[in-house]
Ligand binder design. Structure first.
Ligand code: GLP
Length: 240
């Protein structure tokens, strides 16, 4: 796991953007995994700025949303894909038919989870997965106690997640196993509220009590932090 600590959020966001745009340059048809959450706002802004500045197009790329709140339509204020669309997709030239999200309003949500996995597989797998982290160490909506080999499934949300996210109870989420299969992962965290979860994810044991710790087993995972989110790490010498 590579840990990169930056003096502020703009510097961190700009490095993530550099990385995303380099990936698209290398492989214009790449598959991106996209997360929602406040952390991603400055990141997506930086990616959009850099795509424009370098005149890099997402026309041939594909994108998959990491998760969606169960029973919530994309135009609902609580929707993850709605968030990603507002903060990122609508500012890019990625064609609407080339990004996908699990259908959280499906009458058969379990079958929808299996279909979503299949769609990711059919696209050739995710090249670059962007992730935030919950205060309790969750990634996607994989909460403490989840299977670290799990596939896309319906998960009940922890109390702290429900409070942070305005109350939804269940969500469709890529599993930790799905996330671990992405070719590269970038986990981004800012602020003191994430410091404990980051210390546990980076330096704690690989354990289901902190789902993000599973990224220690990923061959190409980077953790991008500001000083505050890195504040509880013991081994700062590994950081740049
Ligand atoms: C939600 C999302 C996660 C995200 C997390 C952190 O729970 N499902 O994917 O990482 O929020 O959100 P924020 O960046 O707003 O702290």
């Amino acid at each position: 796991m590579r840990v990169l600590v930056f003096r502020n959020i703009p510097a961190a966001a700009s490095t993530v953007a550099e990385h995303v745009v380099a990936q698209v340059r290398r492989r214009p048809g790449c598959v991106l995994g996209l997360a929602a959450g406040r952390t991603m706002i400055p990141v997506y802004e930086a990616v959009v700025r850099r795509l424009r500045r370098e005149a890099v197009s997402l026309r041939q790329a594909r994108a998959f949303a990491l998760d969606e709140v169960l029973g919530v339509a994309p135009d609902d204020a609580r929707s993850m894909i709605g968030f990603i669309e507002r903060h990122f997709l609508r500012h890019t030239d990625l064609p609407v038919q080339r990004w996908e999200t699990p259908d959280a309003c499906s009458a058969q949500p379990e079958a929808e989870c299996a279909r979503y996995e299949e769609r990711i597989r059919a696209a050739g797998g995710i090249d670059l997965q962007l992730l935030g982290i919950g205060r309790n160490g969750h990634i996607g909506f994989n909460e403490p106690g989840c299977s670290l080999a799990g596939r896309t499934a319906i998960e009940a949300l922890a109390c702290s997640t429900r409070k942070d996210g305005g109350g939804p109870a269940r969500a469709l989420t890529m599993g930790v196993g799905t996330i671990l299969e992405s070719r590269e992962c970038l986990l981004v965290a800012f602020g003191t509220s994430k410091a404990e979860a980051i210390a546990e994810a980076v330096e704690g044991p690989v354990a289901s009590r902190c789902p993000a710790s599973a990224l220690q087993l990923h061959p190409a995972a980077s953790v991008v932090l500001d000083e505050e989110a890195a504040g509880r790490l013991e081994h700062r010498d590994r950081c740049c």
